[in-house]
Design a protein. Structure first.
Length: 276
């Protein structure tokens, strides 16, 4: 790491409106319409998972953007019709709806989650290119789940199409794309943390978070930034894990530069407690 600038690290979660967060994270008396602004006082971005299941309208995205302070960002998950069904039907209205976020300087980009069955074949490579064209000019990360995509210069192949590589942490399977594949040429990495086994919290044990800190601290020189989202949507684990990782980086990893929320709120309030 000697001789290079500190790597910018942004931490967020997939979604923000989970009922189980009320009490441990959101104060009990906080109105639902103020939860996103509260979230934005703790994290610099959120991945909107709901857009995977249904195309958002321009009005819906404009309304949530207006609930957030200047500097807060959204990553939108591309509809499953494009990633899983290989249909272009929703791509144009999806991108046009996202224009509302971009106009308000709230759009960080998109993430495309391809399924395990989406292997590296000529037809699938063509589909990746077609999706990339449909989502321009916005930053788009692609997440491959099958190991067949692991090949030299993958990052360069993606960048030629205006894409970046996302990496997944989840269950270990023989066919899985490897976690932490930062050496494939990506510049702006996106890490999506899922439970490694069914029913296991992503930070169990705490050593897993330190494992990711070590991985990110050792990324190749071409990596300029890393976005990390916690995608364990059951219970309270995703937000508590995100808070814990934030604290670990803030208190002693000089090679990493934590991207702070737009209006930082202290993490040591009564509604949220994390063990040191």
């Amino acid at each position: 790491m000697s001789g290079r600038n500190a790597i910018a690290v942004s931490i967020g979660t997939a979604g923000y409106a989970w009922p189980d967060w009320v009490g441990p994270f959101y104060p009990e008396n906080l109105p639902a319409e103020r939860r996103l602004a509260f979230y934005a006082s703790h994290f610099p971005f959120v991945e909107l998972h709901s857009t995977f299941h249904r195309n958002p309208s321009r009005g819906q995205l404009a309304a949530i953007a207006d609930q957030t302070p200047s500097g807060f960002q959204f990553i939108l998950k591309v509809p499953r019709t494009a990633s899983h069904e290989q249909s272009v039907h929703d791509l144009r209205p999806f991108r046009q709806a996202a224009d509302e976020l971009a106009a308000r300087h709230r759009l960080l980009g998109f993430v495309v989650e391809f399924p395990e069955r989406f292997t590296d074949t000529p037809s699938h490579r063509d589909w990746v290119s077609r999706v990339a064209t449909g989502l321009r000019p916005y930053t788009t990360w692609v997440e491959f789940r099958h190991r067949s995509w692991l090949r030299p210069r993958l990052g360069e192949w993606l960048r030629d199409r205006g894409l970046e590589l996302a990496t997944l942490d989840g269950p270990d399977l023989p066919t899985s794309f490897p976690r932490g594949a930062f050496d494939l040429g990506t510049r702006h990495a996106y890490v999506r943390l899922h439970p490694r086994a069914a029913g296991t919290p992503v930070d169990s044990p705490d050593a897993l978070l330190r494992e990711w800190i070590a991985r990110i601290s050792a990324v190749p020189a071409q990596v300029e930034s890393v976005h990390i989202t916690f995608n364990n949507c059951r219970g309270f684990e995703s937000v508590s894990d995100a808070v814990r990782l934030t604290e670990l980086i803030r208190t002693g990893v000089p090679c990493l530069r934590l991207v702070e929320p737009p209006a930082r709120c202290p993490l040591t309030q009564g509604f949220l407690f994390v063990e040191a």
